[in-house]
Structures are given as C-alpha cells and as structure tokens.
Design a protein around this ligand. Structure first.
Ligand SMILES: Nc1ncnc2c1ncn2[C@@H]1O[C@H](COP(=O)(O)OP(=O)(O)OP(=O)(O)O)[C@@H](O)[C@H]1O
Length: 686
C-alpha cells in the first residue's frame, strides 16, 4: 500500500495500531485526515472485510472525500463496500437495516421543517399554555434538541438558551414560571411523534443508542457485522453522540481522531472533554499524539501557537513546521469593507496573473457569510469566480431574488419564473392568479403597455401600486442603480413583512450593497446577465448565479469564500481571514463568558491553521482606534477593557508584517480637555 510510505513514524504507528481502541489527538495539519484514510486502507489491505468498517464524520462532504480517497489508494475492488456517513445518516441506515431490532419499522423520518410544522400545530392546539410563554415554536424545538444532545435537564437548557446561562434570583423565578408550560408543549410534541410514528433527527441517534445500551442481543447482532468504527473530528462529539458511541466500545474497535484546539461546536453541545477523558472512559485504549505539521510554514504556526499560548486552557500543543520557514503573516488594516474587498480582489488577480496561482489556491474565511456581501459584490464586478461554503451566496438570498424578479421582467417580459416570483410577492396573489395575470400579459404580445395590463388585471390599490412601480422602473432603463432604488422603495414594506424574523438584523443591509453593485453596470441586461441571475433556477440551483465569465468555460477554478465553521479540514496556499477586529474576535456576545471566549479563540485558530504559505488577516482600523481610545464599563459597573480581551492585543511585532490600505492607521490623540469655540469668528458684518 503506497499510502503507508507517505506516513511519518507517528502516523504509521497509529495506522498499524493493533490494540483495541485508539484516540489520535493531534494539532492542525498534522495529518489526522491522512491517518484515518490510511488506517482504513491498512485494515482492508490486511484482510478486514471492507463492509465491516464504518467511517463517521461530521459532514457528508467529508465522508465522501475520505471514502473516495480510501478507494483510490487500494487496487482491490472490494474496497467499494467501505462506508462513510454522518452520525445521523448512519443511524438511519441501521434503523432501516434492522427494523425489528430497533422497533422503528413503520416510522417516518421528519426533517426540521416538519418538526416546526408539528410544533406550530401544538402551539395552536395548546393555545392557552402557549400564550403564557413569549417564545417561538422554533425556540421550543431548540430547547428540546439542546437538552437531548447535551443530556442537560430542561431547567438548565432553558437557562442556557433563553437566559444566556444567567444565575440570579430573577432568572430563577422566570425559569420556574415558564418551565411547566414548556414541559406541557414538549410532552405534547413527543406524544404527537409517537401517535404519528415520526422520528426526528435526534430520535435517530437516541433509538439506536438506547437499544444498544439496554439490549445485549442487539449488541451481539451488530458485532457480527461491524469490526471497526473510525471517527473523525472526535472533539466535536456531543454527549448524545458519545452515548451512541459508548456501546460500540464493546461491539467493535474504535479508532478516533481529533484536536481539542479545534473544537468549535459547543453551541450544539459538543464537549471536547470527550477527547480529554477518552482513556478514562474507554477501557483497553491508548492515546497517541502527532506533532509535526505538514501544511504550513513556521511563521504561520508561530502565530497560531502564540494565539493558543494565551488561552486559559492548556492545550499542550506547539506546532512545528516540517516545511520550515516562509513568509510572515500579514495584518491588513482597512477602514471599511469595500476597501478590504478591493484590496483582496487586487491581491487575487495579481496572484493569478503574475504568480501563476489559481483562483482555487485562495481560501477566504469569515465568521459569517453575511459579512462577505461587499466582497462578493466586488468579485462579481471584477469577474473573480467564487463559490461559498456555509451560508448562501449573496445574490441567491430569497429577499434579493424577490427584488431582482422585477428587474428580470423589465429586462425580459417573457421571463415566466421571474413573473411568478414578482407577482406572488404581493399579498393576496397566489400562484394560480399570478399565472393568469402573466398569461394575459404574454398573450397581448406587446400591443398594450405592460403597466396598463397590470392595472387592468390586478384589482384594487395593489394593481395601481404594481403598475406604477413597473412604469417607474421601466422609465429608468439604463440607470440600473436607480432601478434597484425605486424597486426597493416600493417593495421595502412587503419585504420587511415577509422576512420579519431577521429583516433588521440580517437582510435589510443587503439592499444598499445591491444598489452599489447595480450602479457599476451600464445596462440592465449586463447586470442581469453578468450577475447571472438569469437561468439560476433552471440549472437546479447550480452555482451559475455568481460565477462570472471566467468560470463558465467548464472550469472548476474558483476562490472559496467559507465560514470558518465550514472550513474544517480545508487548506489553501493563500488564506485570508476577514475582520479579525475587536468585538469580532472574541465576539461582542462572548465577552462575559470565558468558555465562549475560548471557543472564539479556537475558531480563529482553525482559520489561521488553514494557510499553507501566505496568511493575511484583515482588521478594521476604526474598531482598533476605538479600542485604544476607551475602556468600556460593563452593566455591572466593572471596567472591561476591550483591548484586553481582543485576541491580537499584545501580539509581538516580530510575528507579523503590517500593511494599511488607504489613509494611515494611527492612534488619534485628542486634547486632554475640551476647548471653547467661537462661532462669531470669520464673519465680517461690515
Ligand atoms: N507524512 C506526511 N508527509 C507529507 N505530507 C503530509 C503528511 N501527513 C500529512 N501531510 C499533508 O499535510 C496536510 C495536512 O494533513 P491533514 O489534512 O491530514 O491534516 P489534519 O490533521 O487532518 O489537519 P486539520 O485538523 O488541520 O484539518 C495535507 O496537505 C497532507 O497531505
């Protein structure tokens, strides 16, 4: 097996381990993925039946990738039988495979949308109880799922999810008052699931875990069909997943890999102590470490090590680069998102043309996709092909599509998809009515002005508004930014209502960006065509929407814009981590919670360690100046200095190179006391 020749001693020792259970606890880029792949390949090459090996990962993508790489490394055709899955899909498969054993033969699996539907129904049938709570059905489901995944009781789960873990008399009182009502609704939800024979996603794990825990025959049966369980990202397993894994300690051999410093899912109940306590919990087990990093240059690791050294948790890690030295990481100080976006676009285009790098050599990481909308707008404009991981592409968001549907019909009155979307946006127009209106307009074959037809075919004031809007937008043909502005003004109320859940926090701010993007196009056709809004639906939602001309020639070369949470396991030559500014690292929401601060630190650690050769960290100069200028008193009167919690405070200058875009970044030094001003100066009344 040639894979083995590509392993270092530590990796090889893990891959060929012949004891019972093993945890490989290792830092970023030390070859954990490579090790798990090689372990599977080694087992198959040593004669283990591939169908008796199960790989468990956190995403389907990771499962497919690992399985494909195992298959590719083996000549044997029997490696095809090896299986990789997420915890949920694996449990689903087990339930289907052993319908009697798990007692769920006639059950149907329901997804989160169905769950919400049921919970809404229950809120309706228990209206009196529900009215006593001021929480949404989704929050009830979140509490239910959190409690089951973390094995915390209902009171604790309510406290954590609804009261930010606060412990004081008032909070205790409020929780005690609401808990009985929450309990009634959750019990009703459980009963409904039983009556209707539904399994929600968490049930899949629980059904399997409970049966295996309590039933020795069940364990015996499974043991006949499973020899090895290989678990990736062990640090992100939560107590429920641990409960599922526990019976397998007896059933088969566990081979787990993980990195406690990359545990970033505690909001889903992940508990990286699962890896810290592995040896105590699993008899006949060993823990091996891997310390050599193959991904990054030493400068990138020095910065990552420095970050971890300042944690309150001892990760006992010091990454050492096998590859030796390289470039210093760059901190890029910018004044706003547009400046940041344009600098990044310049950098990528320079690397593409002058340095022979591909677009795909660039990975851009952000805490949220929401933050990247200006960047996406600049990429579209400057024809840099990209894909997004974790979160939607900016122009694919439903609220943007609603508005753009009007521009599409102005551009092409025969665009049926756009017609239906635009017409059904208005209250009281359903799909049937929309089709009728559209048919009337198309049948007219352009003889009558569309605005007139809209007024004639839609009754009441809505007809007038829609017709007027259409007329106003059409009159601005050629001024695309203005068209967006007019559409937004007319549709804002409807949009705010339709997306009331997260309108102010999330969606509203996208429209000024859309307008700016639109302003940079000379014609509507170009905007629609190049923003590639056309045909998006027809292509099965494939990524045609924002991929500009450079990527349409069948090429797969594109920049990846990813949330950090979706970037686990990824690596890239050039890695750009966005907005590592105060109040973002750590997040303003984490400041009063030490665990949350440490989780944010690990999030940044994951981001930094994705880079192979060039690491660029951007940050906002205004927020840095603000931090230096003041100390913020917290509500309880304590004086927390933002500068103290900000992760990059105290960073030794030698570890990075600094660059500033636009005006110079310097700390503003104001006079110690306010001076008086004279508003009568400069005026001569003669
Ligand atoms: N023995 C080795 N020789 C050469 N390259 C290696 C070796 N082991 C790993 N690598 C390379 O190092 C990089 C990181 O490996 P891998 O992705 O397996 O690490 P990881 O521990 O899973 O990383 P992370 O947890 O940070 O995602 C990859 O490019 C991989 O090909």
């Amino acid at each position: 097996m040639h894979l083995k020749e590509e392993l270092n001693q530590g990796q090889l020792r893990a891959v060929t381990y012949d004891g019972k259970h093993l945890l490989v606890l290792a830092g970023a880029g030390t070859g954990k993925t490579r090790t798990i792949i090689a372990r599977a390949a080694h087992l198959i090459a040593s004669g283990v039946d591939p169908s008796k090996i199960q790989i468990l990962t956190f995403t389907k993508k990771a499962a497919n990738e690992i399985v494909e790489r195992v298959k590719a490394s083996l000549p044997q055709s029997n490696s095809q039988a090896i299986s990789g899955a997420t915890f949920h899909s694996w449990c689903n498969q087990l339930i289907l495979k052993y319908p009697n054993l798990f007692g769920a033969a006639a059950f149907t699996v329901i997804d989160p949308d169905d769950q919400l539907g049921i919970m809404k129904m229950i809120s309706g049938t228990h209206a009196d109880t529900y009215a006593k709570l001021r929480i949404k059905p989704q929050q009830l489901l979140d509490i239910y799922s959190y409690a089951r995944n973390t094995k915390k009781n209902l009171t604790a789960s309510i406290r954590i999810l609804l009261f930010k873990s606060k412990v004081d008399k008032d909070t205790d009182y409020e929780i005690a008052a609401m808990k009985p009502h929450v309990e009634v609704l959750l019990r009703a939800y459980q009963q409904k699931k039983m009556e209707q024979r539904y399994l929600d996603y968490d049930d899949l794990l629980l059904v399997v875990a409970t049966q295996l825990k309590t039933n020795a025959d069940a364990r015996e049966l499974l043991a006949q069909n499973l020899e090895y369980l290989l678990v990736d990202e062990m640090q992100d397993t939560n107590p429920l997943q641990w409960e599922l894994l526990s019976p397998f300690v007896e059933i088969c051999k566990l081979f787990c890999v993980g990195d406690d410093a990359q545990s970033i899912y505690s909001f889903r109940g992940a508990d990286f102590k699962n890896v810290h306590q592995f040896k105590d919990r699993v008899p006949q087990s060993e823990v091996y470490k891997l310390e050599k990093n193959y991904r990054s240059t030493q400068e990138i690791l020095d910065l990552s090590n420095w970050l971890l050294d300042h944690a309150t948790i001892d990760y006992n890690k010091r990454l050492e680069a096998v590859r030796g030295p390289g470039e210093k990481p760059i901190i890029l100080n910018v004044s706003d998102e547009w400046q940041e976006a344009n600098w990044i676009a310049d950098e990528i285009l320079k690397n593409y043309t002058d340095e022979d790098r591909n677009f795909a050599d660039h990975l851009i990481l952000s805490r949220s996709q929401y933050y990247t909308k200006s960047l996406q707008a600049v990429f579209i404009r400057r024809k840099i092909p990209y894909v997004t991981y974790g979160g939607r592409k900016f122009l694919q968001a439903a609220h943007i599509k609603d508005l753009v549907s009007l521009l599409r019909i102005v551009n092409n009155p025969y665009d049926e998809i756009a017609w239906v979307r635009f017409l059904t946006f208005w209250e009281g127009i359903g799909e049937v009515r929309a089709s009728r209106i559209m048919a009337a307009i198309i049948a007219d074959e352009g003889k009558t002005a569309i605005a007139t037809l809209l007024a004639a075919n839609i009754s009441g004031t809505d007809g007038q508004i829609i017709s007027e809007l259409y007329r106003a937008v059409t009159q601005e043909k050629g001024k695309v930014g203005k068209m967006v502005e007019i559409s937004y003004e007319a549709m804002a109320l409807g949009l705010a209502f339709k997306y009331r859940k997260d309108w102010t926090e999330k969606r509203k701010a996208d429209f000024p960006v859309l307008k700016l993007l639109a302003e940079s196009y000379a014609s509507l056709g170009e905007f629609i065509g190049e923003g590639l809004l056309d045909n998006a639906e027809k292509m099965n939602g494939a990524n045609v929407l924002t991929e500009s001309k450079l990527s349409t020639d069948e090429q797969k070369d594109h920049v990846i814009i990813s949330t950090i949470h979706s970037a686990k396991g990824l690596e890239a030559d050039v890695c750009i981590v966005l907005n590592v500014s105060p109040k973002s690292f750590p997040s303003a929401y984490s400041l009063d919670d030490i665990d949350a601060i440490e989780e944010d630190r690990r999030v940044l650690y994951v981001a930094l360690t994705r880079a192979k050769n060039r690491l660029i960290i951007t940050r906002n100069t205004a927020s840095i100046s603000a931090v230096h200028a003041r100390s913020t008193p917290t509500q309880d009167g304590k004086n927390t200095d933002d500068a103290e919690t900000y992760f990059l405070t105290g960073l030794p200058e030698a570890l990075v190179a600094q660059e500033t875009v636009g005006h110079q970044f310097h700390q503003v030094k104001d006079a110690p006391k306010p001076n008086t001003i004279d508003l009568s100066s400069g005026m001569d009344f003669n």
